[in-house]
Design a protein around this ligand. Sequence first.
Ligand code: PGA
Length: 245
Amino acid sequence: MALRKLIAGNWKMFGSLAALSELDAVARAAASAPGVDVAICPPFTLIAAAAARQPALGIGAQDCHWAENGAHTGCVSAAMAKEAGAAYVIVGHSERRADSHETSDQVRQKAEAVLAVGMTAIVCVGESEAERGRGDAISAVTEQVGASVPRTGDLDRLVIAYEPIWAIGTGRTPSVAEVAEMHAAIRQKLTLAFGGDGTSIRILYGGSVKPGNAAELLHVENVDGALVGGASLKASDFIAIIAAA
Ligand code: PGA
């Protein structure tokens, strides 16, 4: 079954109010690709301004806390991100799993918090280079999927992003066959966990998606979109990826 594709940009800790002008061309491209969902996830501080500038574009956060509120200095809840204008939240990105020692259990709680307030959760998973080298990529990723997906909430608003850690920001990507094998394994894990509902959960590929490789990656079976880092910062590159979808 072909699912509606989602092309999501992750600006990471880049961007500024001035950089939001890039969104104007992205919004025009999104409007002329009605069959594709398009989202941009800027830093928290830019969410409100991004949503105000391009209300028709999907805006997302790059993380949130699992609690509704509380004494968690420096953190932002899902409801706070939503109030600022976000409709999506990326959770469990490998940079957060590494930098902030996030566990799959915490990622699952964050995803549940996102779904609970009616937003879309993009749950990231991916193997390290060592795991791939040892032949453990599939087991590492399917284990992460099992432990990171929400146990409660509306699955229609759950998205998985497969991002091999060694492919992020490196210009390297797995082969088409490796992507197909991994996405099929994730699909199987989702249908084991959720039955028929698992067939309609979108599985994005992320890691060095560029205008030059987007069409090939986006047409692999069970690849239902892309999570794009570096190439989402420049409107012309990101638009070319939307067009490839
Ligand atoms: P990249 O990042 O496209 O720059 O490799 C992807 C990501 O980390 O989401």
